[in-house]
Design a binder for this molecule. Structure first.
Ligand code: PEP
Ligand code: MG
Length: 597
């Protein structure tokens, strides 16, 4: 029996999909219990392997059925779900999961349910050791396929939400992506999951569907019973079980505000992003996979400002060759229909790893300072050659820019340009078309050395893109993935702001474009400062874009410049953060010594 003591009190998880949901709880707890384990006699092994093969076949049929149901979804949701089903279907072909289960049944002589559980536990353990956020998110997919197999082996039907009343809120230990897809077809208004990651497919799909959701609400199952009233805020991660009348009223008002905001933001889709005093601002999208383009179109993005090509290399056992990459980049360019596309060359290493290239990385005490990004591409030049050939060929199909990650010296840019010219000759020898002019070659400004050497670097390249995520990490010596120091990670530290300002001024002096593509670009509270620092081009996740556009439309460039000038006189990171987040600078914020100037 769940504890009732917390009724009406506010709890928090991680909000992953904005929106307010109010309704009755439906608690489901599939997949939490450990499966029964028993030993097999030698002569029972063949039959157990056959029973497992049947469960695999049934799982495939179920996925095909879910696929048919997903056709009712629209736009980005259908696209996301299609990709997800593809991934799951592949895991039911010849994956490590299936191979491991068969091996465990044969060698450990245990039943198939327990073998699936053991294989899942082992894969989870391996992924945890690699400590790659992308791989961790994929763990949700593996776990979902595993749970489906266990359910089919034990004759348990996968959960369905079709019977639930209008406005129900699903609460579970682990809400899976398939669960979310089924919710789309039902009366479910939102969900809270005790587990899950903000980057997993559950979260991605919830965002694509606009279904409010919370993950990592570790205490939720102890607080709630089916039938309780629940309110949840998918943006802040706040939820209340059995709210009182006043709390209900507050959340109803928030819900009405949110619906109004979404409707208003959608109206901005085709409106140019322009300040009140007429300065045009470019708002482009960041993507990880070419298939994300529908949501880029929905957001009204001016193009793709950052395609993180390393994601093409992850979650697979082999390296994508030139032809495969060419098809991916060409598809992206064609899907963007004339809008510019910026593809960043491989940024593997540090927290981003691809198993197919694991052999290239020796264990390092400080991987973020080691063989990462352009350093890997210049060391393993075959990788760079294949990628540049693919990009050059794709550039004959539309406007493409090539962006180099983690550049620290002009010589690295010169080396890449030399390889690029060599690849132009290679393509010509093959009789393939060469883009004319060649695609612009730009660099990420994401290491303090690059920001400080921006004048010299600007002479070697055609554009800059500031990566504030790494720039903050490397400037402040705070690992962006380390929870223990995460409170110190602050892109509004004056040292980071000065590097942004300096690089922007250097780009201006050299007459080359500069973009900002780190997470700062997607936070509307920072737009005023960034415009005031001289930036005019931004790139962010597609769902953030409409809010940034709204912010741009409300600002005057004169105010932005004045605001930024004041902020840049301030020296204390906490005071700066307060002033920027609350959009309030007072006389007290300007140091006494500077007041007279
Ligand atoms: C950055 O560092 O700000 C950036 C955009 O690159 P990534 O987040 O992929 O490292
Ligand atoms: Mg980076």
């Amino acid at each position: 029996m769940a504890s009732r003591s917390a009724s009406g009190s506010l709890s928090y998880g991680q909000g992953i999909s904005a929106g307010i949901a109010i309704g009755k709880a439906y608690v489901f707890d599939r997949g939490q219990a450990r499966v029964a384990k028993y030993r097999l006699a030698e002569e029972g092994i063949e039959a157990e392997l056959a029973r497992f093969a049947e469960a695999v076949a049934l799982s495939k049929e179920q996925l095909a059925d879910v696929d048919r149901r997903a056709k009712n979804l629209s736009g980005a949701a259908e696209e996301e779900f299609y990709l997800l089903l593809q991934a799951h279907a592949q895991m039911l072909e010849n994956s490590r999961l299936l191979r491991s289960v068969n091996a465990v049944i044969q060698h450990e002589k245990i039943n198939a349910e327990a073998a699936v559980q053991a294989a899942m536990d082992q894969i989870a353990e391996d992924f945890r050791r690699i400590d790659d956020p992308y791989l961790s998110a994929r763990l949700d997919d593996i776990s979902e396929v595993g749970q489906r197999l266990i359910a089919n082996l034990s004759g348990e039907a996968p959960s369905r939400f079709g019977h639930l009343d209008e406005g129900s809120i699903v609460i579970g230990h682990m809400v899976t992506p398939s669960d979310v897809a089924l919710m789309a077809d039902s009366n479910v208004a939102g969900f809270i999951s005790a587990q899950g990651g903000a980057e997993g497919h559950t979260s991605i799909l919830a965002r694509a569907l606009g279904l409010p959701g919370i993950v990592q609400a570790s205490n939720v199952l102890g607080l709630v019973e089916t039938g309780d009233n629940v309110v949840l805020d998918g943006e802040t991660g706040a939820f209340i079980i059995n709210p009182d009348a006043g709390q209900l009223e507050t959340y109803r008002a928030l819900q009405a505000d949110f619906s109004e905001e979404v409707a208003q933001l959608a109206l901005l889709r085709d409106k140019p992003a322009q300040t009140t005093d007429g300065e045009r601002i470019t708002l482009a999208a960041n993507i990880e996979l070419p298939q994300e383009t529908p949501s880029v179109h929905q957001a009204g993005a001016a193009g793709i400002g950052l395609m993180r090509s390393e994601f093409l290399f992850m979650n697979r056992d082999d390296v994508p060759g030139e032809e495969e990459q060419f098809q991916a980049y060409k598809g992206l360019i064609e899907a963007m229909d004339g809008a510019p596309v910026t593809v960043r060359t491989l940024d593997l290493g540090s927290d981003k790893l691809a198993s197919a290239l694991a052999g290239h990385f020796e264990a390092a005490d400080n991987p973020a300072l080691g063989l990462r990004a352009i350093r890997l591409s210049l060391k393993e030049v075959d990788l760079l050659e294949a990628q540049l050939c693919a990009l050059l060929r794709a550039a004959t199909h539309g406007p493409l820019r090539i962006l180099l990650p983690m550049i620290t010296t002009p010589d690295e840019v010169r080396q890449v340009r030399a390889v690029m010219l060599r690849m132009v000759r290679r393509i010509a020898r093959r009789g393939q078309a060469i883009p004319d002019p060649l695609p612009p070659l730009g660099i990420m400004i994401e290491v303090p050395a690059a920001a400080l050497a921006a004048d010299a670097l600007a002479r070697e390249c055609d554009f800059f893109s500031i990566g504030t995520n790494d720039l903050t990490m490397y400037t402040l010596a705070i690992d962006r993935g380390n929870d223990q120091v995460s409170t110190l990670y602050n892109p509004l530290h004056p040292a980071v702001l000065r590097l942004i300002q300096f690089a922007t001024a250097a780009a201006d002096r050299a007459g080359i474009p500069i973009n900002l593509c780190g997470e700062m670009a997607g936070d509307p509270r920072l737009t005023k400062l960034l415009l005031g620092l001289g930036l005019r081009h931004f790139s962010m996740s597609a769902p953030s874009l409409p809010r940034i556009k709204k912010q741009v439309l409300s600002l005057s460039m004169a105010d932005c410049v004045h605001f930024a000038a004041t902020i840049m006189t301030m020296t204390d990171a906490r005071r700066i953060t307060d002033a920027v987040m609350n959009d309030s600078v007072g006389l007290d914020d300007v140091p006494v010594a500077l007041k007279a100037i």
